[in-house]
Design a protein around this ligand. Sequence first.
Ligand SMILES: Nc1ncnc2c1ncn2[C@@H]1O[C@H](COP(=O)(O)OP(=O)(O)OP(=O)(O)O)[C@@H](O)[C@H]1O
Length: 231
Amino acid sequence: MPEIRVTEVSHAFGDGPARRLVLRDVDVTLTEHRVGIVGANGSGKSTFVRLLNGLVHPDSGTVTIDGRDTVRDGREVRRRVGFCFTDPDAQIVMPTVAEDIAFGLRRRGLSKDEVRARTAAALTAYGLDGHADHPAHLLSGGQKQLLALASVLVTEPDLLVLDEPTTLLDLRNAEMVRRLVDGLAQQVVLVTHHLDLLDGFDRVLVFDEGRIVHDGSPAHAVAAYRTLVAR
Ligand SMILES: Nc1ncnc2c1ncn2[C@@H]1O[C@H](COP(=O)(O)OP(=O)(O)OP(=O)(O)O)[C@@H](O)[C@H]1O
C-alpha cells in the first residue's frame, strides 16, 4: 500500500479575527489498506483528507504520498490519489454518463480505443450499463454516487479518498457503495458518519477540534468517539 505521511501539519482558514485553526499539529503515517476517519461536524476530517491529494495545502508541515510532496509534486500526487466528494454533483463534469467516465481517461492521454474499452468495462462493473448515453444529472443520487466512483476508479488510482460517500444514499445504495469499497484492492481512506461502514477496516482515526484524539481498531475508535460525544 502507498505510504501517506502527514508531518506536523497545521492549517487555518480565514484571516484576522475570523481566522480559525482547523488542523493542529497533525502527525500520522498511514500504510494500511483501509483507513476510516470519524469525528464531530467541523472537527477537521474533510480538511485532513483534502490534504492527501493537494486540494488543501498545509499552512505548516508536509504531506507526502510515497515520498511525493502534495504541494511540490502536486500533479504526480493527483494522478495517484483519486478523490470522491460527498456531493457527486461536485465532480460530475460531462453531460452524459459515458462521457463523464471517459473524461478522466482522456486526460491521462490514453488512445481512443483504450478509452472506449475501459469506459465500457466501467459501465458494466458499476451497474451503469443501460445508462451510457443518459444525461448524468438525471441519474438518481445513488447512481450519481456510483458514477462519481466509477469515473475516479477507472483511472486506477493507488489511493482512493472518499469523503462521506454514503451520506446522500438510501440503505440499498449505501450497501452497494459498501460492497464496492469492500472489494477494492487499492488503499482507501474513508470519512464517514455511518460507523457501521468501518467494520473490517484496518485502522480508524477519531478527530476532535483539529486533532487526532484516538487511533486504533474500528471497535476501539467507535467506542472512543462515543465517549467523546457523551462528555
Ligand atoms: N474553504 C473553507 N473556508 C473557510 N473555512 C472552512 C473551509 N473549509 C472548511 N472550513 C472550516 O473548517 C472547519 C473544519 O471543517 P471540515 O470540513 O474539515 O470538518 P469536518 O470534520 O469534515 O466536518 P463535517 O463532519 O461537518 O463534514 C469548519 O469550521 C469549517 O467551517
